[in-house]
Design a protein. Structure first.
Lengths: 105, 890, 122
């Protein structure tokens, strides 16, 4: 009995959606955590899309300035790791999520 | 101008400094103060070996030549890290749980510990990495050349040669120090982290100088960029996306990246920091590339090598110190890459090529002779030397002509061929060994044909191939397969090689059937997050713990091996130094060994000792959830069924034995309890009666006191027997050797044994004539044995008028037989009567059942043996004493 | 309370001790020291309380008890079992065989007396 209880509390045993052992509906904290993981998963996809945007500028005659191109790339490059870092921090401390965060993700 | 000698001196000082860092880090980890060495920041910085001299010098060159394309090489890995939750997390966990030592080991391990795959990936890695090492040597040479301003060919080769030698020495010293399963190189990783800081600092210093020192500020720099030839955003869309993908793939597959990212990884914490911090590191490395390139193109004479702008721009402005820092940055980039690549490659070469061959050659001597540990270390060291020698030769042969970044991309493309097998292996249980082999072979061949060989120019592929295709087959044109031309050669290779690779991998996987071991490994790799994971397990076979110990000592070193064995023995609850060779223990051992010699080799070595069982019951059990599928392949199974039933029989036997042992242990404890409690009951009851005292006659009082006395003596005797037996069993007894006549010993024994023979009167028949034998033995102990045998006859002989014949025979040895006229010992009891507490029947006979056990111990100590003689008229015991100690009377 | 107690036990000293203790308190004590014919002895003597050892020559105490419990005459006979093996599984076996009380050797005299008194039909 106690063993089963333990494994449920373990954060490491968390979400692979494939596994059928994971209950469908979970309490608020676990729910939050899963959405954080969703965020962590979505982030590289967002990054890829953002970094493929320069392909659209490559149309001849449109002549995007190199400086604005570089600024765009590097702003994304600072933003993505920071968001990733923040997500990881939140996941680590497993906070009690305040009510006004509800609408996010 | 800095002279060449000063440069050499500074480089050597810098290298010595790195030696010191590595040395102290290694020492700290040895003393167990390695916590800071495992800090996530150190791990993050160590990932910077991705940024080699190719980044440090080549990125500026690439920007000057091709514009913004260079960014993709760093954007790809940034995405991989930001998406750590997808691939890296899983990869790193698999690496830790399965004790993976290299990318080749990962692939080999996943696909049923296939050595063929290990060899394939190793060759691929060596071929892909050698030009890269050449590239690093070349960059150091070129940068030295900038300072010397002299371009003697002789000079170049010498520099490259000594750099290669120096790196080989460093790598051998810090890369092959320890050889345990937790194969982590704290010294090397620490040195690399320091170099990571140096190269970042150097590149940023040059960048800051260029932006604020030369251009006059950020906005001025941006204006300058827009005004330059790089002023407009122009990228080749295909290459932009393709290179991003390629660099992401290479980041996962490069042997050196795998080494620092997976093999050196200690915990998830490290990855969590690297996930956001390393993209920022890459961002900082890339930040000043364009400004430096623009300024370099602007101020340096046309035709200057843009690969060296990082050095030549500061020199142009007379900033010698800055140029020197920049040189050290480039030097750091080159050396750290070479060191880690050499470690990674040498591990692969040693584990997947040298050791299997060595084992094959020495097939039957592994557990007997030869020091495997030394062989492993030696083969690693030689491999390091070999890898660097190859790099140097490649450099010397190629003459260092091609633009730096093209070689890098060719190498990336080669190693990216591992990607389908790797990702397929960790995400798809259906991936098979055959699929991996097919995919790798196809991808590798296309890469060699369309990119690698053409990169040598006309030296290898004849010119005609590039005109009308080989043998006039235009559709086999190396850079326009199937007649589809006009694609960038790199993209051309990428599309065709990876497509065919993935398709071959997929189709071959679908159409082949994996072995049980592969399926087991596949399940463990794919489901790593859920289960604890563990390599394929051994059935409880006939492995000899001692043989395993001998082998483990040779590989892990005796101290580590003994520690491991002791720990496991303790965990099993055994009080000896050798754990029982249970399936679990064999699996742990195999995992430890695989850290040193690779999974397939470790499996083969344990297999040699355990008896070479290739498929165990447990393996099949683990995949039995897919029984339905297995039925279709009953033909395959049939071939294995014989082996299986043998294994099953062994398992059953082992299980029976364990059960018997456990029952015996229980029975022993229960017996001791009974034997101690019975006399204690009488003692307690009568002492309470005496204590309460009322209504007891004096006669009763004395009777009860003597009962207490007798029972106390019985207890004492039992304890004496137990102690005697435990002393004898532990071999701590010292024999009191002396001369004695056999007849005297028998006389004494008879007298003692029959002293309390009250009612039945055992009659003893002896032949005194034959007993006239001088013995040189411990007569006290011997008579103890005889007393026991005679008392047994007295207690257990069930004849009307019991009689015991003692027959002495002198042959090759002296035999003394004790034969009574009772009904003897039942056949099923004959082999247990010498066990502790074994009584011939349930009848109480006043003894604790230890007599024969003690007798056997004593006789064994005296160099003889005692046995039950079946087929006599009654119970018959034979004591055999060795002749050396039995001298005939003169 | 002059009840009859039958002691089946093979260790003579223990028989002597138990007999002494019980007869001092007025019980009539009979003894027997063999397992094989123990069940018949119990039936013929029909004691009020039976004290039964587990390890007996010829037949185990559990066996004897099981036979007694299967017999209508001795089905409800109060039986105090004695054993010198102090393991919990022995207690379980005794309970399963149908022992009314179970006692591990060595016991105190007062315990035995108390047990016999409690078991004896009023």
């Amino acid at each position: 009995m106690s063993g089963a209880g333990k494994s449920q509390n373990q954060p490491a045993a968390a979400p692979t959606p494939k596994s059928d052992k994971i209950p469908l509906f979970v309490e608020r904290q676990t729910y939050r955590r899963r959405r954080l993981v969703d965020g962590a998963r979505a982030l590289p996809v967002l990054g890829l899309v953002l970094w493929l945007v320069p392909l659209l500028w490559a149309v001849p005659e449109s002549k995007t300035h190199a400086s604005s191109g570089l600024i765009y790339i590097f702003v994304v490059w600072i933003g993505l790791p920071l968001v990733a870092g923040i997500l990881i921090q939140i996941m680590k401390i497993r906070p009690r999520v305040p009510r006004n965060d509800e609408g996010e993700t | 101008m800095t002279t060449l000698n000063a440069l050499a001196a500074i480089s050597i000082l810098y290298v010595l400094f790195l030696f010191a860092v590595a040395f102290f880090a290694e020492r700290a980890s040895r003393r167990g103060r390695a916590n800071w060495l495992r800090a996530p920041i150190v791990y993050t910085l160590s990932l910077s070996i991705y940024c080699t001299a190719w980044t440090f010098y080549g990125a500026v060159g690439s920007a000057a030549r091709n514009g913004f394309e260079y960014l993709t090489i760093y954007l790809g890995p940034s995405l991989v890290l930001i998406g750590w939750w997808w691939v890296l997390r899983k990869l790193v966990r698999i690496g830790r749980v399965q004790r993976i030592t290299s990318i080749a080991d990962l692939i080999s391990s996943r696909y049923g510990k296939s050595n063929l795959l290990g060899v394939g990936v190793t060759l691929l890695a060596v071929i892909g990495t050698t030009p890269y090492i050449a590239l690093q040597l070349q960059s150091v040479t070129l940068s030295v050349e900038v300072f010397s301003q002299a371009s003697g060919g002789e000079q170049e080769q010498t520099t490259a040669f000594w750099v290669a030698v120096g790196l080989a020495v460093f790598t051998v010293i810090f890369g092959t120090r320890n050889l345990d399963a937790n194969e982590r190189h704290h010294g090397v990783v620490m040195a690399i982290a320091v170099e990571a800081i140096v190269k970042l600092a150097a590149l940023m210093a040059v960048g800051i100088f260029v932006v604020w020192g030369i251009s006059g500020g950020v906005s001025e720099t941006l204006e300058r960029i827009d005004a330059s030839s790089l002023g407009h955003w122009e990228v080749n869309g295909g290459r932009w996306a393709g290179l991003m993908f390629l660099s992401a793939a290479a980041f996962l597959c490069l042997p050196r990246m795998f080494q620092v990212m997976v093999v050196e990884n200690d915990n998830d914490q490290q990855l969590r920091m690297a996930a956001w911090a390393f993209p920022l590191y890459l961002m900082l490395m890339s930040l000043f590339i364009v400004p430096i390139a623009v300024v370099g193109l602007d101020v340096l004479p046309a035709g200057s090598n843009p690969d060296l702008f990082v050095l030549t721009v500061p020199l142009e402005y007379g900033q010698n110190a800055l140029a020197l820092l920049s040189f050290l940055g480039g030097f750091s980039s080159a050396t750290s890459m070479v060191i880690v690549a050499a470690i990674a490659l040498s591990t692969m070469v040693s584990n997947h090529i040298v050791m299997p061959i060595w084992l094959r050659v020495n097939e039957n001597v592994v557990s007997v002779s030869g020091d495997v540990r030394n062989v492993v270390l030696l083969s690693r060291r030689l491999s390091i030397g070999g890898v660097l020698a190859l790099g140097y030769l490649y450099y010397a042969q190629s003459g260092g002509g091609a633009a730096l970044s093209e070689i890098g991309l060719v190498a990336f493309m080669g190693i990216a061929q591992v990607l389908p097998a790797m990702l397929g292996g960790i995400f798809w249980r259906g991936a098979t060994r055959f699929g991996a082999l097919a995919g790798l072979t196809v991808g590798f061949s296309i890469w060699v044909y369309t990119l690698y060989l053409p990169s040598f120019g006309a030296a290898i592929l004849p010119e005609s191939f590039f005109d009308g295709g080989p043998f006039g087959l235009i559709w086999l044109h190396p850079q326009a397969l199937f007649g589809i031309s006009g694609i960038d050669p790199l993209l051309h290779t990428m599309i065709w090689s990876l497509t065919f690779n993935a398709v071959a991998f997929f189709v071959a996987s679908l159409s082949s059937f994996p072995s049980p071991l592969e399926r087991l490994q596949g399940a463990q790799f794919v489901n790593i997050q859920q289960g604890t994971g563990g390599a394929r397990s051994w059935s409880q076979g006939s492995a000899e713990a001692e043989d395993l110990m001998v082998m483990a000592q040779r590989i892990l070193g005796s101290a580590d091996a003994q520690r491991l064995f002791l720990r496991e023995a303790r965990r099993q609850g055994s009080d000896t130094h050798l754990p029982a060779p249970t399936a679990e223990f064999l699996q742990i051992l195999e995992r430890e060994l695989s850290g040193s010699v690779g999974a397939a080799t470790a499996h083969a070595m344990v297999g040699q000792i355990v008896g070479g069982m290739s498929i165990s019951v447990e393996d099949l059990m683990a995949v039995a959830d897919e029984t339905a599928q297995m039925m279709e392949y009953s033909a395959t199974l049939e071939a294995q069924s014989q082996e299986l039933s043998r294994t099953a029989a062994q398992l059953r036997a082992a299980n029976d034995k364990l059960t018997r042992l456990s029952v015996q242990k229980d029975a022993f404890l229960s017996q001791i309890s009974h034997e101690l409690r019975t006399p204690m009951t009488s003692i307690r009851a009568f002492s309470e009666i005496l204590r309460d005292g009322d209504g007891i006659t004096a006669e009763e009082q004395s009777k009860y006191a003597s009962i207490i006395h007798d029972e106390a003596i019985r207890l004492t005797r039992l304890l004496d027997d137990l102690l005697d037996l435990s002393v004898l069993e532990n071999g701590q007894v010292s024999l009191n050797l002396g001369e004695g006549m056999l007849s005297d010993v028998l006389d004494r024994a008879e007298a003692a044994a029959l002293a309390h023979d009250d009612k039945r009167g055992l009659q003893i028949k002896r032949d005194r004539e034959s007993e006239q034998v001088w013995l040189n033995t411990d007569t006290e102990r011997l008579s103890q044995v005889f007393i026991n045998l005679i008392s047994n006859a007295r207690k257990y002989c069930d004849a009307e008028s019991p009689a015991l014949a003692i027959v002495v025979t002198k042959g090759e040895a002296l035999t003394v037989d004790f034969i009574d006229n009772g009904s003897g010992v039942a056949p099923e009891a004959q082999d247990v009567i010498f066990e502790k507490f074994a009584r011939v029947s349930d009848q109480k006979a006043g003894g604790a059942g230890l007599g024969l056990a003690i007798s056997r111990q004593i006789v064994t100590r005296l160099g003889g043996e005692i046995s039950y003689l079946s087929g006599q008229s009654g119970a018959a015991f034979r004591v055999i004493l060795p002749l050396e100690k039995a001298l005939a009377a003169q | 309370m002059a009840g009859h107690v039958l002691v089946i036990e093979d260790e003579p000293n223990i028989i002597e001790a138990i007999s002494f203790i019980l007869s001092r308190e007025g019980w009539h004590v009979a003894t027997h020291s063999n397992g094989e014919d123990a069940a018949e002895i119990v039936r013929s003597r029909a004691p009020d309380v039976l004290i039964l050892d587990v390890m007996l020559p010829g037949r185990s105490g559990y066996d004897i008890l099981r036979e007694l419990r299967g017999d209508a005459a001795t089905e409800n006979l109060p039986v105090l079992m004695l054993t010198a093996r102090g393991q919990s599984k022995d207690r379980e076996m005794a309970e399963r065989a149908g022992a009314s009380r179970f006692m591990t050797k060595p016991f105190s005299n007062a315990e035995v007396l108390e047990a016999v008194r409690a078991l004896a039909p009023a």
